[in-house]
Design a protein around this ligand. Structure first.
Ligand SMILES: [Fe+2]
Length: 171
């Protein structure tokens, strides 16, 4: 379940309905897809191709709906964990203020991670996402991303074009 922390006031929000409302007001889409349909016995770290395909199949209804309604065209599964080669180099690409020309669309499967979001109006928000959480950070929206101390996350990524997800670094 997602936890929001407003960076100035330090107010936190954990109620899922309130989380969705706060993020909607910040122009970020949040949905709770839940963990009930996650395939049983997923390996906890480096997923096999078969496990990745099973994951995409389990959430195919949502993914197909997003293709139809928002024009996305591809989806994949990414796993980062402490032994991932060059993980610190990869993480360093995400942890500076940036935006993308496409939406950043993620469903968290395992582990957790934090998007720091900078709404046009209002204070910045840390959105710590956990398994079952779905988020869309819109195109051209200032944000950055980091893992938590355990440095582990598995997520479904949904794209218009993976090339559109290159980070544009901004102040
Ligand atoms: Fe990003």
């Amino acid at each position: 379940m997602a936890t929001l922390t407003f960076l100035d006031s330090k107010r936190t929000v954990t109620d899922p309905v309130e989380v969705a409302k706060v993020l909607q007001a910040a122009n970020v889409i949040y949905e709770k897809w839940g963990t009930e349909r996650l395939p049983a016995n997923l390996s906890s770290r480096n997923l096999s191709d078969a496990e990745k395909q099973a994951l995409l199949k389990a959430f195919d209804t949502e993914i197909q709906h997003l293709y139809k309604t928002r024009g996305y065209k591809t989806a994949d599964v990414v796993t980062l964990y402490p032994d991932t080669p060059n993980i610190d180099v990869m993480l360093a690409k995400f942890d500076k203020n940036h935006n993308h020309s496409d939406d950043e669309v993620r469903f968290i499967v395992q582990g957790r991670g934090v998007f720091t979001l900078f709404p046009k109006d209002g204070e910045p928000i840390d959105a710590e996402l956990h398994p079952g959480d779905f988020i869309t950070v819109p195109a051209n929206y200032k944000h950055y991303f980091r893992l938590c101390a355990d440095k582990q996350i598995t997520a479904i990524r949904i794209f218009t074009d993976p090339a559109g997800w290159v980070a544009n670094y901004i102040d």
